[in-house]
Design a protein around this ligand. Structure first.
Ligand code: SF4
Length: 243
């Protein structure tokens, strides 16, 4: 593969549709100095097997159907996944696991997610991270999460048909609860995170917890493909006619 360069013009949601204005602004964002330094360093140093890539190295927009009922919510792009390819859950082991599972549950048209131009289509689903850039050690600070939250808040206003939020990992789960606190005059009770834990929130949306499909969770057996597919099928059934 020679000189692979993910281009803004290859990202369908930056160029047209209701999220275009937001995402054009997002990809220019340099608000967090620590994160900008890290995402740039990773993009310049590269992993050995991706030396021929020109890494994206910018904030990562969401991807999928802007009229979707299902939101799949992650933490942040991966250093050599989304930060390389320019698309969330694309080009790393978490993406391989997640997209294969989504395909088994008939939520994507194909089992792989490799690059912006691989032809992936999501069926009535949308995926996005709460934090739009890769943080060092996958650990954002509270200030970075706060700084980035207006982008997620705006996505939620635009993705107005979402009924169910499947949060991959506790940080994504807590990110959605933070969005509720920031945008609705609601006092939230405690919603403990857990795999297959499901809550109906005061804004009428369902928040569903899922272990993050990280290599660590998969390699330790905390999450396996059957658990993931079973949960996705259950989520899909809850949406009945929508997917
Ligand atoms: S994490 Fe969010 S706020 Fe910080 S630089 Fe990236 S896009 Fe901007």
């Amino acid at each position: 593969m020679n000189n692979v360069q993910p281009k803004i013009s290859d990202h369908p949601l930056i160029n047209k549709g209701p999220l275009s204005k937001l995402y054009k602004e997002l990809v220019q964002c340099e608000l967090c100095p620590r994160i900008v330094e890290f995402r740039t360093k990773v993009a310049l140093e590269k992993r050995k097997q991706y030396q021929e890539w020109t890494y994206w190295g910018k904030p990562i927009p969401g991807f999928g159907d802007a009229n979707a009922s299902l939101l799949i919510l992650g933490l942040a792009p991966a250093a050599h996944g989304g930060n390389r390819t320019g698309r969330v859950f694309t080009g790393d082991k978490s993406a391989d696991f997640l997209i294969r599972s989504l395909h088994e549950a008939k939520i994507t048209n194909q089992p792989n997610s490799d690059s912006l131009t691989d032809g992936l289509i999501m069926n009535n689903a949308f995926m996005t991270p709460v934090l739009k850039c890769v943080p060092p050690y996958d650990k954002p600070t509270a200030e970075e999460l706060r700084q980035c939250s207006p982008y997620f808040n705006q996505e939620m206003r635009i993705l107005s048909k979402i009924k169910v939020v499947l949060a991959l990992g506790k940080i994504g789960f807590d990110g959605y609860l933070r969005y509720i606190k920031q945008n609705f005059d609601i006092i939230l009770k405690d919603y403990p995170f857990g795999h297959d834990k499901k809550y109906t929130l005061p804004n009428g949306k369902i928040l569903w917890g899922c272990y993050h499909p990280s290599p660590r969770n998969v390699n330790t057996g905390r999450l396996n493909q059957k658990m993931m597919i079973d949960l996705l099928r259950k989520v899909k059934r809850s949406l009945k006619d929508d997917i």
